[in-house]
Design a protein around this ligand. Structure first.
Ligand code: SF4
Ligand code: ZN
Length: 300
């Protein structure tokens, strides 16, 4: 098969676009997709300070690399979640990349800095590790952005993630979630930040090709707590559909964003307050992060 752009021998086939590319033209296609997503959705400009959240996985490493190479003003942030060897290995991957490419990196460690243990907290509170983890990450993203004067937070969510989230939200008729789902989550308060997903039209596979072709080190293993997550089941179901009908995920997500989303609206009217302990913005008297810290102090 020949590359549709330069007619050299193709090494990558993208069935959903009915296209094949050589390595060089695939990277050209990939960069163009990212730049188009950023511009079309007005995510950020070259002079915005962008905080890129990285986990050491292929998606966030691809995002970090492409934004840095395209000359955006990016600083990466890595959170060590204290999940055994998984966290130690992912931190190493991220630090190696920053050092090799001379890129700025902020590292937070939830056990060392805040005494938080996801496993213990999830057992004590009878919540899933991912729910505890989500609370901690959301708080730290905003806090780091606030403390360091960033204007926007970028994450490596891809087309597979977004389509799986959409499927979950539809199966549960989460009206507010459907109203909010999209590549840009606007800023709602001076202490919360616009969150953007520049890779939302690129698949996991395409991000994988990008890191492999660029010889970017990444952590192949998934977080041990992701095993059995509902989102993985949704991804598997969508993969089956995609296999039989290429382009399904893209039609599902983009079709929703263009035609379906407008029919949903946020149902709750949320009042934002200042947390009585840390002062950060929250919807309750004390923010959920400070509550977790208190529980953690009583169980340790
Ligand atoms: Fe956190 Fe769950 Fe993701 Fe692991 S899988 S990093 S616990 S949200
Ligand atoms: Zn607080």
């Amino acid at each position: 098969m020949k590359c549709i752009r330069c007619k050299k021998k193709a090494v990558i086939t993208l069935k959903r676009h009915n296209a094949a590319f050589c390595a060089e033209c695939f990277l050209h296609y990939y960069r163009n997709q990212v730049l188009k997503n950023i511009q079309k959705n007005k995510m950020f400009k070259k002079d915005d300070r962008v905080l890129v959240v990285v986990s050491g996985g292929k998606d966030s490493m691809a995002l970090w690399d492409v934004l840095a190479k395209e000359g955006y003003n990016v600083v990466a942030m890595y959170i060590n979640l204290g999940i055994g060897e998984y966290s130690n290995r992912s931190q190493k991957v991220v630090e190696n990349f920053a050092k090799k490419n001379n890129l700025p990196l902020i590292v937070k460690n939830i056990k060392e800095e805040f005494g938080l243990d996801i496993y213990k907290l999830s057992k004590t509170l009878k919540r899933s590790p991912c729910s505890v983890c989500g609370t901690i990450k959301r708080y730290l993203f905003n806090k780091v952005a606030y403390d360091n004067g960033f204007s926007v937070i970028a994450t490596g969510h891809n087309l597979d993630d977004e389509a799986a989230t959409l499927l979950g939200n539809i199966l549960n008729w989460g009206e507010s979630y459907l109203a909010r789902q999209g590549p840009v989550l606007p800023q709602t308060h001076p202490e919360t930040y616009k969150k953007v997903k520049p890779l939302y039209t690129l698949t996991e596979k395409e991000n994988m090709y990008y890191v492999l072709l660029n010889k970017i080190e990444f952590l192949h293993e998934e977080c041990p707590y992701s095993v059995g997550a509902r989102s993985i089941l949704y991804k598997e179901l969508l993969n089956e559909l995609e296999e039989k009908s290429p382009g399904t995920k893209q039609r599902f997500l983009i079709g929703f964003l263009e035609n379906g989303k407008k029919h949903f609206k946020e149902v709750e009217n949320i009042e934002l307050k200042e947390c009585k302990t840390c002062g950060h913005v929250t919807t309750t008297e004390e923010c959920s992060f400070c509550r977790l810290t208190k529980v953690s102090n009583t169980v340790s």
